[in-house]
Design a protein around this ligand. Structure first.
Ligand code: NAD
Length: 356
């Protein structure tokens, strides 16, 4: 065995995991020296936000149920003002990437620490990446201040996530692990987390699909999403994430379903150029062709497999290919116009990924 040179920054945060762990929020908030925290969530999860505020008792400054996908800048500004008016000294973001994203936007403006209670598998709570959307354009950046200081993973808080969304959110998480395995800045620790995250998520998803209230399956999926999110926070993503950003940003395709459709194709594109990643995923999923295994899994779980079904017009294939090739991310296989167009055509039509 030989180990290549690497750099690895451990994220300075505390993670707690377990059913009922949200009950320890007051203790965790006190441990951080915070006294009055604003609870953030989406309008659809206001009841969950209120439950968290109740668990916080007199350390809650209230609930702001305004989080929305891609963090519109007006919402972020209003939330930051609201937090300042209430004299909040921190935020608790309860929900998926949208709620965590709102917490990050407030942290960016006022430096208030964020505690996250994730209820999807998107993984934003593990990254220092923020995003803000203004006039239809999303800006993103990296800032250590937006990385949550503590994350409480409570499987009981994920039971309400509808099964269909759970599956696509799980694929979103797997995408982080897959691309971490062939990232230019991968490291042995991150690769271990990626292989285990990919393994655990594929173990969990059929069980979640069979019974969305199965707390054991939910726990495995949430554990996997922690690992996959940590991979996202620690490495540079490649072609798959670039494709999804272009499809989401330019065509407004839905975040997690787009990841689900594109991932088997992006992985197939890279398999020949990333033998170590293929070996890790083959071990994790006991299949010689991980890309095909993912595509089959999506089919067996009733998840989307075609961009056409997500509302993309065939005419947009060339446009998105040009956008991706014009400003590519680092990638193990060369990013060529012919290769990316072929990939997008197959993903658009719902064809299986080619054997490579
Ligand atoms: P989301 O947060 O928008 O949630 C989708 C919907 O599901 C919302 O209506 C939400 O209220 C609801 N929901 C979430 N959990 C639920 C639960 N347990 N029960 C019932 N309903 C629930 O979706 P997402 O996929 O988690 O996040 C997507 C957003 O996060 C995008 O804007 C994406 O760009 C961003 N993101 C950012 C990063 C990062 O590192 N900055 C990483 C991943 C995703």
């Amino acid at each position: 065995m030989s180990v290549s040179p690497f750099a690895y920054d451990a994220a300075p945060m505390r993670v707690r995991f377990g059913v009922g762990v949200v009950d320890s929020l007051p203790e965790e908030i006190a441990r951080l020296g915070l006294r009055r925290v604003l609870v953030l969530c989406s309008p659809e999860q206001e009841e969950t936000g209120q439950a968290v505020a109740r668990a916080l008792g007199d350390r809650s400054a209230g609930v702001l149920a305004r989080a929305r996908m891609h963090v519109p800048v007006e919402v972020a500004r209003e939330a930051a003002r609201h937090a300042a008016d209430l004299g909040a000294d921190g935020c608790v973001a309860v929900g998926g990437g949208s709620a965590v994203g709102l917490g990050k936007a407030i942290a960016l403006e006022h430096g208030l620490p964020v505690v996250a209670v994730p209820t999807t598998y998107a993984g934003s709570e593990m990254t220092p990446v923020w995003g803000l959307t203004e006039d239809g354009r999303k800006r993103t950046g990296k800032d250590r201040r937006v990385l949550p200081v503590a994350v409480l993973y409570d499987p009981a808080f994920t039971v309400g996530l509808p099964v269909g969304m759970s599956i696509t959110s799980g694929f979103n998480a797997i995408a982080h692990a897959v691309e971490a395995l062939y990232a230019p800045d991968r490291s042995p620790v991150v690769s271990l987390m990626a292989e285990e995250g990919a393994r655990a998520m594929v173990d969990a998803l059929p069980r979640v699909a069979a019974d969305g209230a199965d707390l054991d399956a939910r726990g495995t999926a949430l554990y996997a999403s922690w690992l996959c999110g940590a991979c996202l926070g620690a490495t540079t993503m490649s072609l798959h994430h670039k494709l999804c950003h272009a499809l989401g940003g330019t065509l407004d395709l839905p975040h997690a379903p787009t990841h689900t459709v594109v991932l088997p194709h992006a992985l197939a594109y890279n398999q020949a150029a990333a033998p170590d990643a293929v070996a890790a995923l083959s071990r994790a999923w006991t299949t010689p062709n991980p890309a095909r295994g993912l595509w089959d899994l999506a089919g067996s779980l009733g998840a989307p497999r075609s961009l056409r079904d997500l509302g993309m017009a065939e005419a947009d294939v060339e446009r998105i290919a040009a956008e991706v090739v014009g400003n590519p991310y680092a990638n193990p296989a060369p990013v060529t116009p012919t290769g990316v167009t072929r990939l997008l055509r197959a993903a658009w039509a719902g064809e299986p990924p080619p054997d490579r």
